[in-house]
Design a protein around this ligand. Structure first.
Ligand code: CS2
Length: 395
């Protein structure tokens, strides 16, 4: 039976790649957690099956996901994770470890000075990239490694990170491995007590009805017959459209929305001022997209607003607000760097992040961001705006 090994068994994977795999002919998934055992403990207690709670604006559907049948927790069993990467039955390794999970420098190389990588190279706790390198170096059969995180050029970036780690560790990587790029999309809030009760499942995952997956058709081994995937030669135009328009607007709504006292995305997008700026931000972003995507941008923007308006999802702005130092450079600053005219809405997004972190630090709340300490320090300088802009690389 062909198998997928997946790193990062969070809600997004369980609503997206696992749901696509449910529609294949016989593919099964082994999941790997790199942090706690909570998800493994919860899922294994119910045979790894769970209810996907699919909510559009008008109705809710429940779909049982039954493709996950095993999970490993890296801090408990690092050798088992490495062995799974090397296992010939595994034909595809997918990852959703979030932007910060790759430990990349701002120019997209592996940050070998990062404490997690220093520890991994010294034989301490395993990172996702370290696990790949150690397992791949022992592999005989071809395999595809597919990043499903919101990073531009996610495949090539992961390939470089793997090669950087392999040279630092002094181990060879076999030639028969490919790293296609992909664009993933499905808005997936965190599970709450209300969704657990609604689905009658402690491990349920709420999500929207819409989903999209565009993958570069460059597989080294068997390719799952995921229904609905768009197979393309070049993911970049799709990825830019999604990151700059959806994720860029999301981050703006999160920071500006929290500053105006909103809790959920659907409330923030109903606020007339925020809605107008969101529309402008999408238009500013659209102008930076490759010409072949520009024609669809107006329709796409309208569809995004409708998705943000979904009153049943209860997508918390604070969930999107986390890790701003990792997200803004990708979603907002890259777009700004390519703009040739004024960009009031993109600038408003940067200002909203600065306002948000300053308010959080002033209120004594800990920021959920890997750069939290640096951000708090920047807030205490004589020019906090300048220091915060410099921190994320804003001009
Ligand atoms: C969101 C994304 O939390 C966030 O930063 O912008 O998780 C977003 O919901 C997904 O990328 C949608 O596909």
């Amino acid at each position: 039976m062909p198998r997928i090994l997946h790193f990062g068994v969070g809600n997004f994977f369980r609503a997206h790649q696992a749901a696509y795999t449910q529609g294949t002919r016989g593919w099964r998934i082994t999941g790997v957690s790199f942090r706690s055992s909570d998800v493994r403990d919860g899922l294994s207690a119910q045979g790894y099956d769970y209810a996907l709670l699919i909510k559009d604006a008008h109705e809710t559907a429940i779909k049982r996901i039954t493709v996950l049948d095993h999970m490993l927790v890296a801090p408990e069993a690092s050798q088992a994770v490495i062995d799974a990467v090397a296992d010939g039955e595994v034909k595809v390794i997918t990852l959703t470890v979030s932007e910060k999970g790759y430990h990349l420098t701002p120019d997209g190389r592996l940050d070998l000075t990062h404490s997690a990588l220093v520890a991994d190279l010294a034989g301490g706790s395993l990172t996702p990239v370290g696990a790949l390198v150690r397992g791949l170096s022992q592999r005989r059969d071809a395999v595809t490694v597919l990043s499903c995180d919101n990073l531009p050029d996610n495949g090539p970036k992961l390939a470089r990170a793997v090669h950087d780690f392999a040279s630092a560790a002094g181990v060879p990587i076999p030639m028969n491995v490919t790293f296609p790029a992909s664009m993933v999309d499905r808005i997936t809030p965190a599970t709450t007590d209300a969704t657990r009760i609604e689905a009658d499942d402690p491990m349920t995952v709420p999500t929207e009805a819409f989903s999209e997956w565009v993958i570069e058709d460059h597989f080294a081994a068997a390719r799952p017959d995921w229904p609905g995937v768009q197979w393309v030669k070049d993911v970049a135009p799709h990825e830019m459209r999604k990151l700059r328009m959806l994720n860029g607007a999301h981050s703006y709504l999160a920071y500006a929305g929290i500053l105006r006292g909103h809790t959920y995305v659907h409330e923030a997008v109903a606020d007339p001022d925020l809605r107008a700026t969101t529309r402008t931000l999408m238009a500013e972003a659209a102008q930076t997209l490759p010409t072949e995507v520009q024609a669809q941008a107006a329709q796409y923007a309208g569809d995004l607003i409708a998705r943000f308006e979904n009153p049943n999802l209860h997508h918390r702005l604070r969930q999107i607000a986390m890790d701003g130092s990792q997200k803004l450079p990708i979603r907002i600053l890259a777009t700004l760097a390519e703009r040739t005219s004024d960009s009031p809405a993109l600038e408003a997004a940067v200002a909203a992040w600065i306002g948000f972190v300053q308010a959080e630090v002033a209120a004594g709340r800990a920021l959920d961001d890997p750069m939290a300490d640096h951000i708090a320090r920047a807030c205490r300088t004589s020019d906090p705006t300048g220091a915060l802009r410099a921190l994320i690389g804003a001009p």
